[in-house]
Design a binder for this molecule. Structure first.
Ligand SMILES: Cc1cc2nc3c(=O)[nH]c(=O)nc-3n(C[C@H](O)[C@H](O)[C@H](O)COP(=O)(O)O)c2cc1C
Length: 207
């Protein structure tokens, strides 16, 4: 069985939300794959807690064999679950929109969970080295404006953040479908979206 982790990062419904439609299109194909064991990790539905000092306090308490409070335990459980899923997957899919030039906050929290020295990367004298070299990663991203041209490329902190993070973790096999410009060029909205969804289907079938 191929272990597949699909990280869904939009709580807006399809077909209104384009990235949710990309997620659903991918899932339609995924359901056809008998050899896939798929886990959907919905960062909104899980209401995942922010990463911060609570986590470091919890680690210190665990080190000292002291009991954790509810908040600390919840964060530790969320981090461990996300890490186990991420490290155990052969194929990892992220479906997410651009919001305010970046990713929705709960997806950022998920990324904070999986940045773990010793697990997803390690420090060496030559600098950090990624430890997650095996999985294929698929990025499904929608953004209303156009960020694939030299004038605006640098403004995108969404897919660039996720792609760079995956590369930082050592992932080399990264596939992408980006649907963009459907708000900026609203007269071509339907065509842009339909073409992108075809690309999602085609990519999913080839995996
Ligand atoms: C809160 C919010 C912030 C957004 N910020 C941007 C943005 O910074 N740049 C952009 O091109 N589109 C922006 N959009 C439009 C979305 O990128 C666009 O709707 C795209 O399809 C992805 O969102 P969706 O999957 O919910 O449709 C924003 C939309 C919302 C709801």
């Amino acid at each position: 069985m191929k272990k597949v982790l699909v990280v869904k990062a939009n709580d807006r419904p399809a077909p209104l939300a384009v990235s949710t439609t990309m997620f659903e299109t991918f899932m339609e194909e995924a359901r056809q794959k008998e050899e896939w064991d798929v886990t959907v990790y919905d960062v909104f539905e899980r209401d995942i807690p922010y990463f911060g000092q609570t986590y470091f306090d919890a680690l210190e308490r665990l080190e000292n064999k002291e009991p954790l409070n509810e908040k600390e335990q919840s964060l530790i459980d969320h981090v461990n679950e996300a890490l186990d899923l991420f490290l155990g997957a052969d194929l990892i899919v992220f479906a997410f929109p651009m919001w305010n030039l970046t990713v929705p906050a709960p997806l950022h929290a998920f990324m904070d969970y999986i940045y773990q020295a010793g697990k997803t990367f390690k420090y060496t004298e030559q600098g950090p080295v990624g430890l997650v070299t095996e999985p294929t990663v698929v990025l499904l991203n929608a953004r209303g404006g156009v960020y694939s041209i030299p004038e605006t490329e640098h403004m995108d902190m969404g897919i660039n953040f996720i792609r760079l993070s995956m590369q930082f973790f050592g992932v080399t096999d990264i596939r992408e479908v980006i649907i963009e410009g459907h708000n900026a060029m609203s007269d071509r909205r339907d065509e842009i979206i339909a073409t992108g969804l075809d690309e999602v289907r085609e990519l999913a079938r080839k995996l």
